[in-house]
Structures are given as C-alpha cells and as structure tokens.
Design a protein. Structure first.
Length: 230
C-alpha cells in the first residue's frame, strides 16, 4: 500500500533516480525535432468557439498529446509546489524528475505545433487532495498509465516520421514514470506492469482519443472536442 513507503530508500533508488534523469535527457533532446506544422491558425478559430477543437491530421494528434502533457505538467508542478505531508527525499526527487520531463514534453509539442497549437488549458484538480500522499500518488499513477495508453493509441495516426520518432521516445519515458510510481505504491511488487496495463501477449493498453479524453475530462476545465481525430 502507498502508506507503507515513508522511509528513505537505499542505493537501488539512487540508480532509479539516475534512470529517470537519463530518460529526461531524451525528452529534452526531443525538443530539437520541433518545427512549425503547416495548417490553419487554430487559435483564431478557438477564440470564436466555446470549446477547444484539437484539429485533424498531424496537427490534431500533436495537439492531443499537447493537451495531455499540459495536464501532467500542471499536476506535477502543483505537487512539487505544495508537497504532501511526509514526502521523503526519494519521493520528492522522483516527482521532481517527472515534473521536469513533463514540462520538457509540453515544450516539445508547443514548439512542434507553433502557431497551430491549442491555447493553454485550465486544469481542474478539485478531486485531488494535494496534502494527501495517497491521493497524489494514485492520481499520478493514473495519469502516467493513461498517457502511455494515449500514445499507444494515437501514434498510428502520425504521418511525419520525425514526430513519430519523437512520440516513441516520449512514450517510453512515460512508461518509466508509470513503472516507478507503481513501485512507490507497491514496493518490489510485480504490479509494475500488471494485467490492467499489459495483456497476456505482452502488449500494452492502447486507447483511442475518445476514451482517453473521457477519462481525462474531469481533470480539465476547458471543454475539448476531437471530432477530426479517428
């Protein structure tokens, strides 16, 4: 259970933190792929609409990922800004590394989309008790598992090879986040890749945008539509 992990962890955790930082270097390097995607000036359309539409094609897929990275970056920024009671040095280090990765991911998509990116979304974290360890860690784990399934389900729609390569690099980082959070919840458990995320064929869950956005919707105050995404 989450509450059982309150003590400092030994050298194996130092190796895990280094592993996350190495993953973060990959995420930061992915920003180099960023170029402006040709298309409509989406922000102009959004200014005249009551909801944010993600668009279609590569623009839509990248905006879809950008929306999720905005959510994750905002969540971990709040976690570090208002640490829950009893957050130990190990947990703080892990959560800070994840925050930095998500901010780098958000920056990548903002740069890749250029003028076609959706506006900044307003998160809704009223269901999260940031003062409570269990609430924070279980929400973080949910976000990371959801992010992996979103990249798995959305990657096939990407047409630009550079973006596909970057998305593949980012989803592997998200999967490492998911695994380390599961280890914090259940130390040394086989649940790092349980049956809820990996099937008997060894394949991870892949969700279409409609399912992912439905799960994420309670945490995003800004209305989002994805009618042009398959």
């Amino acid at each position: 259970m989450i509450d059982s992990m309150q003590s400092e962890k030994p050298t194996v955790d130092a190796r895990r933190r280094s592993f996350l930082r190495l993953a973060g270097m990959t995420a930061v390097a992915a920003v180099a792929f960023g170029v402006d995607v040709p298309g409509l000036r989406l922000n102009e359309a959004f200014a005249q609409s009551g909801a944010v539409d993600l668009g279609g094609g590569d623009v839509g897929v990248l905006n879809y990922a950008y929306a999720l990275e905005q959510l994750e970056a905002a969540f971990y920024t709040q976690v570090i800004a208002t640490p829950y009671g009893g957050m130990n040095a190990y947990e703080r280090s892990v959560l800070r590394d994840i925050r930095d990765h998500e901010i780098a991911h958000r920056a990548f998509f903002a740069k890749a989309l250029g003028r076609n990116r959706i506006p900044d979304l307003q998160p809704n974290f009223t269901a999260v008790n940031f003062a409570d360890r269990r609430s924070v860690i279980t929400t973080a784990s949910t976000f990371e598992d959801l992010g992996v399934s979103a990249y798995n389900g959305g990657g096939a729609a990407i047409r630009n090879p550079a973006y596909l390569a970057a998305a593949g690099s980012i989803v592997s980082v998200e999967a490492r986040h998911a695994a380390i959070l599961r280890d914090i919840i259940s130390p040394l458990s086989s649940n790092f890749a349980g049956g809820d995320v990996v099937d008997w064929s060894g394949l991870d869950v892949a969700r279409p945008p409609s399912q992912v956005l439905a799960i994420a919707a309670p945490f995003i105050a800004t209305p989002i539509t994805a009618s042009r995404l398959s």
